[in-house]
Unconditional design. Structure first.
Lengths: 390, 322
């Protein structure tokens, strides 16, 4: 069995070598957590990129290059992301990055990419600062929404639809959690609700202290800005203390581990910028091919990983054509990223001058006990705000 | 802060502080017993705890739930198996990573480094076994396991069955350990080896056996704590051992490392300190100092205690053995 695969690989390599006409290798890299508690979302993105390289790699290989995919594991840790980024900028074949999952990792890593103008397209980073920094404004783009829209969208839902007046706001002390919680609380207060704002380290699993207080304060809604690997145990411990009010969060709750770790999904809602595949008609074929290739259902940001990689592939191809079909510079690829325009499986993709989608979709999802049954309760399209660069 | 809120939170805070503190205490016993006989910190102990938790959860999910037994019996079986497996693992770690160093008279820092290496190795091996892409294992919930989500209302405080289970199991284990160490021949052997290895061996005690048994008991206690931790917090994962392990080690030092009652006292004090800090600091500072600072406050107080009692609360300052 093994030998046969080896033989196939050699054949494939020979075939590619013949096609490559010695113009060299072009690599597309990705940076997401491939190990650790958040790896489910990270692996989904990486799988999406792999599928895009398979599907559209010919845009690059037809110009005579060999295309390779280099997945990096940032372990959801800023220091690992930066270390990987330093390795990437020293590999001249890497012309584009898909990443990251965590804003707290994307922000410091993109400072490294910016040193050599290596473009990165984020499938999932919603913190406003990902695209709002002067230092990285030319290299960092994203095909998802922003927390300064996602947070307020969540607050509108909590106050208008769930009729909450007293909200307990918990964040996980990461760039993502703090940013999202702040945007949520600001809108909630502006709409007249009262909030108690609490931070808790992302590695904490004992929520006795904050939950005892929630029992005493009797909030109408608990809002949590963080990731599902903490949200699950938090939700379970909350329900064990008979706090049965709605539990609402951001896109960090969009993963089937929330169901596995959190128990019953009664009264659980989250906002996300990742429209579920079931609500993306264009993604139906993608979901099937993903399933047959990786033997697991596509979830979370998988389709966004796919579209982000397609942006990079198109930009590289366009830059190479502009360079007389020779290997393009990273600067030219970064410039081409902003000119990319196509109908992706996640929606229409194009960028404003700082790398945001001009209009992004935001979804409110009612979680169900089975992840695949998660119900979209509302989809809104909101134009990207453009605050001053920092 | 209103007095009503202050007093309303008092009872639940004490209950939660005690329950996490008792868990630290049980883990701390593993550190302190090994230190007692070998004067060496077994940093792989936090991973023995993790392995116990994972084995307990996997056993429940894959084998015991389909049997349809009463959840209490299922939990008892899981705890016993996890304790045995964790004990055996601890003995294996001793046999392959520490004993070869000891018989070659390596300096005391050397086994410490192997212990850290062992700890990393166990984390990654477990990650591989569990599937690195999705290593979280939820503790069973729903169905018959809803039994553990019930609560007993004592009037001033309501306690759920999970917390009650932690109290009961920990108390039973502590009682058993006290009996074993103080009232049996084996316990006398452990105490003798802790006092002076060469003299005990002259008195006919098999020192190597005592060391193996100490590792087994410490590991088994860690395994039980692992299952209880997974029950209370709802999830087992390869990286779960680090923080409770670090805190239990701290508790052992606070109580006086090498002292069994010290580990229990240290665990309870640390648990109460951090729970009180986490609950009351934000309330007293009007949310200027948040719950996330609870560890800083707890560990800050710890430094102060150790300044005044450098050997720990119940430890004795002893001269270096010559």
């Amino acid at each position: 069995m093994k030998k046969r695969y080896l033989g196939l690989a050699v054949l494939a390599a020979l075939a590619m070598g013949a096609e490559a006409q010695n113009k060299g290798v072009i690599k597309i890299a990705s940076q997401t957590p491939l190990s650790g508690g958040q790896s489910k979302l990270g692996v989904a993105i990486s799988n999406g990129v792999r599928l895009a390289v398979d599907d559209e790699g010919k845009l690059i290989t037809s110009l005579g290059f060999r295309l390779e995919y280099a997945p990096f594991d940032d372990q959801a840790k800023a220091e690992q992301g930066v270390a990987n980024a330093n390795r990437m900028i020293n590999d001249g074949d890497i012309l584009g990055v898909v990443g990251h999952l965590n804003s707290g990792v994307a922000i410091p890593s993109s400072e490294v990419y910016a040193r050599v103008s290596l473009p990165a397209v984020s499938p999932a980073n919603t913190n406003p600062l990902v695209t709002d920094r002067k230092s990285t404004v030319n290299v960092m783009s994203r095909i998802c929404g922003r927390d300064d829209v996602q947070g307020p969208a969540g607050a509108d839902y909590v106050i208008d639809t769930l009729k909450a007046k007293k909200i307990y706001v918990i964040n996980d002390k990461t760039a993502y959690g703090e940013g999202l919680a702040a945007a949520f609380a600001a809108r909630a207060k502006a709409k007249g609700a009262s909030t108690t704002e609490i931070g808790i380290e992302a590695s904490e699993r004992d929520f006795a202290t904050i939950l005892n207080r929630a029992v005493a304060e009797k909030p109408d809604v608990v809002y949590y800005a963080g990731i599902y690997d903490q949200a699950g145990p938090l939700l379970k411990q909350m329900r064990a203390r008979s706090i049965n009010v709605p539990f609402v969060g951001g896109d960090g709750l969009d993963g089937s581990d929330l169901q596995a770790l959190g128990g019953s999904m009664k009264n659980v809602f989250f906002t996300t910028t990742a429209v579920p595949l079931s609500s993306l008609p264009a993604a139906r074929g993608f979901a099937q091919r993903y399933n047959s290739k990786f033997n697991v259902a596509a979830e979370g940001y998988a389709a966004y990983g796919y579209d982000a990689a397609r942006v990079i592939i198109r930009a590289i191809a366009a830059a190479a054509k502009g360079n007389k079909n020779n290997k393009p510079s990273r600067e030219s690829v970064a410039a081409e990223v902003r000119k990319v325009k196509f109908q992706g499986i996640t929606g229409a993709i194009s960028f404003n001058n700082r790398g945001d989608l001009p209009v992004a979709k935001y979804v409110i999802v009612a979680a169900q006990d089975n992840y695949d049954d998660n119900k979209v309760s509302k989809i809104v399209s909101v134009a990207a705000p453009t605050p001053d660069l920092k | 802060m209103s007095a009503e809120l202050f007093f309303g939170l008092l009872a639940p805070t004490i209950v939660d502080g005690l329950s996490i503190g008792l868990m630290y205490a049980v883990i701390a016993l593993g550190y302190t017993m090994v230190y007692g006989v070998l004067e060496f910190i077994n940093f792989a102990h936090s991973e023995i705890f993790m392995v116990g938790a994972v084995i307990g959860v996997e056993l429940l999910t894959a084998v015991l739930i389909p049997t349809g037994l009463h959840p209490v019996f299922q939990l008892i079986i899981a705890i016993v198996v996890a304790a045995g497996a964790a004990g055996i693992l601890a003995v294996a770690v001793e046999r392959f990573a520490y004993r070869p160093l000891r018989v070659r008279n390596a300096p005391k820092l050397v086994p410490l480094i192997s212990a850290i290496g062992m700890s990393l190795l166990l984390i990654d091996v477990m990650r591989l076994i569990l599937n690195p892409a999705n290593p979280n294992r939820p503790f069973p919930s729903g169905g018959s396991f809803d039994f553990f989500t019930q609560t007993i209302n004592l009037g001033f405080v309501s306690i759920n069955y999970k917390t009650m289970t932690v109290f009961v199991v920990v108390m039973l284990m502590l009682a058993g350990l006290v009996y074993l160490v103080n009232y049996t021949n084996l316990g006398r052997g452990i105490r003798a080896v802790a006092q002076d290895q060469s003299t005990s061996s002259l008195m006919g005690i098999n020192v190597s056996n005592i060391i193996v048994i100490t590792f087994f008991i410490g590991g088994a206690l860690g395994g039980v704590a692992g299952v209880l931790y997974a029950l209370k917090y709802g999830v087992a994962s390869p990286v779960m051992g680090f923080i409770p392990g670090l805190k239990a080690f701290t508790a052992a030092v606070l109580g006086g490392i090498g002292s069994i009652p010290g580990a229990v006292v240290g665990g309870i004090i640390l648990g109460l300190l951090e729970t009180f800090a986490g609950t009351y600091l934000p309330l007293m500072t009007n949310d200027q100092i948040g719950t996330e600072y609870k560890d800083i406050v707890a560990f800050g107080l710890l430094i102060v205690i150790l300044i005044f009692k450098p050997a720990g609360l119940l430890g004795k300052a002893v001269a270096e053995k010559v």
